[in-house]
Each structure stands twice: as structure tokens, then as C-alpha cells.
Design a protein around this ligand. Structure first.
Ligand SMILES: [Cu+2]
Length: 348
């Protein structure tokens, strides 16, 4: 390109640049409108959920949660991370969006400086350029400011990283997740050792129940809400990965190895995920459905399972409050009486 053409080239570049920006922003504006309309639509299920919560059986019974309780699932046209329902998820998505703002502001600032230099100091507007080569003040500023920004990012980032490695407390409910080709098994070693096998529902069956196809399963992973869960993963054949986006939870399930992570779910509801490690022909058809229930309803569900026990009720003594089961003594008693669990369940 000859220098004589330069202003023309700049004009063309600027026009193409703004056209690209406009093209990139229009779909986002449209989805922002969609998002603005969404709350009205969401309000109804929330009311339904509250009503269902009031009507839900408390003493003794267990009813699987209906579709109005679905909280974590992908949405059509969605372009952000899913809403978060675990403490780690809320921190992590907050950090994610905070960093997006930091990156956006820095990009716009640098781009603005660049455009200003290109336009203001082009040869036509500035025929005799400055001979300045150093400016101590500016150099100190452009070193210190990025350092401070990076330190500001590192503090929440590293503390989030360490939070994600936090060990589950002693009273956590242990759930052993086993990946199979191509379904999931959920074992409850603290509650009588039963295992739930979870297969994807066929599409017509899922739709008949008002549940999302390819995500709905026959037996969900039922867990207590607001309770630390010790999720242990392994696999029986090849590597799978247990992942639920709305709980910010993903951990590989590796044959011959037990991985462990703490999970706490804050609200009752249904949270969908999928196997996230390419594991064979039906990798895409082994969804995960987590159903979080209030503690009493979860205990009712455990008792409805073959050999399911809560706390140290396998003992002949009257059942102690569930909270006591967490004590070391309770665990030992539970271990001693694990063999008796089936007998106790049979007599119920
Ligand atoms: Cu898999």
C-alpha cells in the first residue's frame, strides 16, 4: 500500500471495524431482550414450586420432584454460564463475570489509546513527530497499575482454587458415583450401602412427564439440601466425568481410582448434568440428574430404598437424631451394625 492511499485505507479499516462490532453486538442485544422478557415466564414456575413445596409430603413419604423444580439445565439460546446453586458456583461465576468486566475495560482502554494514536499522530496530522524516548512517570504507572490489577485478580482467584480443594467435613454424607458404559451408579455407603442405577429416559417417556429429553433419567441422584456431600467418583470400565454445570461441579471418574470433592447444594431442586469425558458410543446418553431435597424428605427417600438406613437406626436402640449420626461414635456404630441394616429394613 502506498502512503498516499493511507487515509483512505484507515477510513476503510475503521468502517469495517465498526461494522464488525455492530454485527457482534446485535445478537447480544436481542438475547438481552429475551432475557428481559424471561423473568415473567420464570415467575410462574417459581410460584408453582412454592405451592408444590407446601403440598409436598413431609412425614414418611417420598415423591419425586416434578418438572416445576428444575433449576439447573441448559436453556435454548443460552450464552452464559448457568445460574449457580452451590457456594463455590456463586463465587466462581461471580469471579468469572468480574474478570469479564476487567478484561473488557482493559481491552476498550487499550483499543481507544491505539485508535487515538493512529488518528491523532498520523503523518498528515502530525508531520514532525516528537523525539521523546523515555518518561519515568509513565513507565512507573504502566508497570505498577498492571501489577496491582494482577494482584487484585490473584487474591480471589487463588482463594477460590483452595476452596475447591477443601476436604468434606466429618459429618458429610458420602455418595459414591460410579461411571459405567453408559449409565451412572450412585452408592450410599453411609446409609446402608444400597446403589441406585440411573439410566436416561427414552425421549417420549421424558416428554410425557414434562422433563427435558436427553437429560431426564429413571432414577435420580437424591441428596439432602444444605448438607455437605462427600462425592466420590470412580468408574467400572473407562474414564467418565461427573459434571453438573449449575452446581459448578466436575470431577473425573477413573477406573481403579477414587476421586473426591465436597459439594453443598443450597436449594431444593433438580439439577442436570452430563458425562463430560468421551467414553464411547453412548457417551452423549448418560445424563446426570441430581435431586436435592430437604433433609426429612431425603431421609424418607433413603428409607424407601432397599436396605436404606439413616444415622444409626440400624441399631436396636431408638433412632437418634440424624445430626448425631455424624459423630465419630455414630459412624463406628453404623460400621459395626452395617451388617444388620438389611435385617432392620426387613422388619420395618
Ligand atoms: Cu461417560
Amino acid at each position: 500500500m502506498r502512503f498516499g492511499d493511507w487515509p483512505h485505507g484507515v477510513t476503510r479499516f475503521v468502517m469495517v471495524f465498526w461494522a464488525a462490532i455492530a454485527l457482534a453486538l446485535v445478537p447480544q442485544a436481542v438475547s438481552a431482550q429475551d432475557a428481559a422478557e424471561a423473568p415473567a415466564a420464570e415467575a410462574a414456575p417459581a410460584e408453582g414450586a412454592a405451592a408444590a413445596g407446601d403440598a409436598a409430603p413431609v412425614a414418611g413419604g417420598y415423591e419425586p420432584l416434578g418438572p416445576e423444580w428444575i433449576k439447573g439445565q441448559p436453556t435454548a439460546g443460552g450464552w452464559d454460564v448457568q445460574d449457580q446453586f452451590s457456594p463455590i458456583g456463586e463465587t466462581a461465576s461471580g469471579l468469572h463475570f468480574g474478570l469479564m468486566w476487567v478484561m473488557g475495560i482493559i481491552c476498550i482502554f487499550v483499543l481507544g489509546l491505539l485508535l487515538w494514536v493512529v488518528v491523532r499522530y498520523r503523518r498528515g496530522a502530525n508531520p514532525t513527530p516528537s523525539k521523546t524516548t523515555h518518561n519515568t512517570f509513565i513507565e512507573v504507572v504502566w508497570t505498577l497499575v498492571p501489577v496491582l490489577i494482577l494482584v487484585g485478580i490473584a487474591v480471589p482467584s487463588i482463594s477460590l482454587l483452595s476452596d475447591q480443594y477443601e476436604s468434606p467435613p466429618k459429618d458429610a454424607v458420602t455418595i459414591k458415583v460410579t461411571g459405567y458404559q453408559w449409565y451412572w451408579g450412585y452408592g450410599y455407603p453411609d446409609n446402608g450401602g444400597f446403589e441406585v442405577i440411573s439410566n436416561m429416559l427414552p425421549e417420549d417417556e421424558a416428554k410425557a412427564k414434562g422433563l427435558p429429553a436427553l437429560l431426564a433419567v429413571d432414577n435420580r441422584l437424591v441428596v439432602p439440601v444444605d448438607t455437605p456431600l462427600r462425592i466420590q467418583t470412580t468408574a467400572a470400565d473407562v474414564i467418565h466425568s461427573f459434571a453438573v454445570p449449575s452446581l459448578w461441579f466436575k470431577i473425573d471418574a477413573v477406573p481403579g481410582r477414587l476421586n473426591e470433592r465436597l459439594l453443598t447444594i443450597e436449594e431444593p431442586g433438580i439439577y442436570y448434568g452430563q458425562c463430560s469425558e468421551l467414553c464411547g458410543a453412548r457417551h452423549g446418553y448418560m445424563p446426570i440428574a441430581v435431586e436435592a431435597l430437604p433433609r426429612d424428605q431425603w431421609e424418607a427417600w433413603v428409607r424407601s430404598q432397599p436396605g436404606g438406613t439413616v444415622g444409626d437406626e440400624a441399631e436396636a436402640a431408638p433412632a437418634a437424631p440424624a445430626a448425631d449420626a455424624s459423630a465419630a461414635e455414630g459412624e463406628e456404630a453404623a460400621a459395626e451394625n452395617a451388617g444388620g441394616a438389611e435385617t432392620a429394613a426387613a422388619t420395618n
